[in-house]
Design a protein around this ligand. Structure first.
Ligand SMILES: [Zn+2]
Length: 334
């Protein structure tokens, strides 16, 4: 694989290749953006270009021993600082041992490249220690910090580095990796998500979530108890709860697109007819209220005991009969 084969985020790729060509490659880089869009892959490509024995300065061969060792993660001058087993933070001791390496000359390659992944796992002490390396980096050493959540990095770390945002891939860019329309749309521009997506499990979860919405929206006055049964099913297992809520959120978003006539934006393309029918049975403001309630659940669902209560409330919020009643409460501001 070469730079030209890297899919998505071409502007970032070309800007940093230019810096390699011009010999002014930044010593501190921060790559931001969602998981699975190629931040780490591209960082390793840069490490190869900085060390490749055959091509350069803005290209790499991917075949020489330097490139191959970097690919295999065994190059002594290209190191990743990450989470150790079961740890939730990058420890200061890890940063210190990395900084000791900083003092030494590269042992095999031309340049030392240190990846910090994920950089937001550094606590304040670790980040402050790393700052020392970023403040006075030796000429032949480079730091690349990968962070989905750059706001959590120390401002001093950010100010010593150049930040490059990575965007989700477009559907057309994603087509290089799959031809399944549903998988492409569910992955939301993340190659990582696409590669780990279990379509069978997704379809099953989606069936349950759609069944819940249909019951919740359509249940009449006499059938309100059905709502509770339907909500029990999606709230039953703790491990399935978050994926179920995500699935519901995507379906509700699709319903909103249907009601706005933006059907080309829907994720669940294979369910378009069902979704359009369901969307025609519910008013748009009520759909917005369901979407808002799903966000509330996202915030509060860590409390184990609350799951069923939250989904009961979601069912009631979604119900056309009860929902209308809520609309009629005088003086309710929206
Ligand atoms: Zn090479």
């Amino acid at each position: 694989m070469r730079f030209e084969n890297f899919i998505g985020n071409r502007r970032v790729v070309e800007r940093l290749r230019l810096k390699l060509r011009e010999g002014r490659f930044p010593h501190g880089l921060i790559f931001t953006g969602p998981e699975g869009v190629g931040k780490r892959t591209f960082a390793l490509m840069l490490a190869k270009a900085l060390n490749c024995a055959e091509s350069g300065p803005d290209e790499f061969c991917d075949e020489c021993s330097q490139c191959r060792k970097i690919e295999a993660g065994t190059h002594p001058d290209v190191l990743t600082l990450g989470l150790e087993d079961e740890a939730s933070e990058i420890k200061i001791a890890q940063v210190r041992s990395l900084l000791q390496m900083l003092e030494l000359r590269p042992s095999e390659g031309r340049n030392k490249v240190f990846l910090v992944d994920p950089a937001d796992a550094m606590n304040a002490a670790s980040a402050n220690a790393l700052l020392k390396g970023l403040e006075e980096p030796p000429e032949n050493s480079y730091f690349i910090l990968l962070s989905p959540n750059p706001q959590s990095l120390l401002i001093t770390v950010r100010s010593r580095s150049q930040t490059y945002p990575f965007l989700p891939l477009t559907i057309d860019e994603m087509r290089a990796f799959s031809s399944d329309e549903l998988a492409l749309r569910w992955s939301r521009g993340s190659i990582g998500k696409l590669k780990t997506l279990d379509l069978d499990a997704l379809r099953q979860r989606r069936g349950v979530a759609l069944g819940f919405l249909e019951t919740a929206i359509r249940a009449g006055e006499q059938e309100l108890r059905n709502l509770i049964g339907a909500s029990a099913e999606i709230a039953r297992s703790k491990s399935d709860f978050d994926p179920n809520m995500d699935t519901l959120a995507v379906l509700v978003e699709d319903l909103l697109y249907c009601s706005e006539g933006l059907t080309d934006k829907i994720v669940n393309v294979d369910l378009e007819k069902n979704l359009a029918r369901l969307a025609s049975e519910i008013e748009a403001p009520q759909l917005v209220r369901i979407a808002d309630f799903l966000r509330t659940i996202e915030i509060h669902a860590n409390n184990y005991g609350n799951r069923q209560m939250l989904t009961d409330m979601l069912a009631l919020t979604s119900n056309t009969f009860v929902g209308k009643f809520a609309d009629d409460i005088p003086g309710k501001s929206r």
